[in-house]
Design a binder for this molecule. Structure first.
Ligand SMILES: O=P(O)(O)OC[C@@H](O)[C@@H](O)c1c[nH]c2ccccc12
Length: 268
């Protein structure tokens, strides 16, 4: 157990706030809300991330490009985002996620590279705290953004969901317990994720996503996030009723990421 105030999530969020407070090179840094909305609305229309998950065989796979994680360190030295994206697309991913936060050695450039190489719907996986980040995600080609309920007070969560939806971006709202699921649904989320890894401690509870499935009505799309380490893990989550599985490390550490994905998709 770690004290409140010194958890991993708190540290990452503090670093993110400092990053956001520093003068930025990007155009959207100094804009008013209205200017941000106008800028965001002019960007190309996003793809239908949720539709891609629901149309194909269930559960749809969201394959994640992830260079490293704070808990495991580097996952694949020198990984090339374009190349991995093409392997994921050919291997049968419904969608892709790109980790763009620097604690995971990611960047928005990775997302931009992936956008240039595949047409799959893309999730920008970052610690989003303000509207500028949503516009930046859309600018590099995201179709969906992650919002973490544990990182955002309810009014802010609601406002960011609404802002993303106005820009026609979809939102994956990440939760870890029943109370957070209720907050996500009340705030307007349609795509609900349950992360089996606790971002406060980085500990994995492999049954969490299956246990919490019953709290989310079928009209929402339910994503089981993290901790799939084998085909059996994926089958168990499928049987618990997950609509989609978000999987990163298992593919990134596989000798052949595209093959590992193809085998998993065939087994489901
Ligand atoms: O590598 P895994 O265990 O398959 O997990 C992927 C994804 O769920 C994980 O990267 C993740 C889920 N939510 C997050 C929030 C921030 C950073 C990372 C994450």
């Amino acid at each position: 157990m770690s004290d409140k105030g010194s958890t991993y999530l708190d540290k990452i969020l503090a670093a993110k706030r400092a990053e956001l407070a520093a003068p930025r090179a990007t155009r959207s840094g100094a804009l008013t809300d209205r200017e941000l909305l106008e800028l965001g609305a002019r960007l190309p229309r996003p793809r239908d991330f949720i539709g891609a998950l629901r149309e194909g065989p269930r559960p749809g796979i969201i394959a994640e490009f992830k260079r490293a994680s704070p808990s495991a360190g580097a996952l694949r030295e020198g990984a090339d985002a374009r190349q991995i994206a093409m392997l994921y697309a050919a291997g049968g991913a419904a969608c892709m996620s790109v980790l763009t936060d620097k604690h995971f050695q990611g960047s928005l450039d990775d997302l931009r590279s992936v956008r240039q190489s595949v047409s799959l719907p893309l999730l920008c996986k970052d610690f989003i705290l303000e509207k500028t980040q949503i516009v930046e995600a859309k600018r590099v080609g995201a179709d969906c953004v992650l919002l973490i309920v544990a990182a955002l007070p309810v009014p802010q969560l609601r406002q960011l969901i609404e802002f993303a939806h106005t820009l026609e971006l979809q939102v994956l709202c990440e939760t870890r317990d029943e109370a957070e699921i209720d907050r996500a649904m009340a705030a307007g989320a349609k795509l609900i994720g349950v992360n089996s890894r606790d971002l406060q401690t980085f500990e994995l509870d492999p049954d969490r996503a299956a246990k919490l499935r019953k709290y989310v009505p079928k009209s929402f799309t339910y994503v089981a996030e993290s901790g799939v380490r084998s085909i059996d893990d994926a089958l168990r989550l499928r049987d618990s009723g997950a609509d989609a599985l978000l999987i990163g490390s298992y593919f990134m550490t596989a000798e052949e990421p595209g093959e590992a994905l193809r085998e998993l998709v065939m087994a489901l």
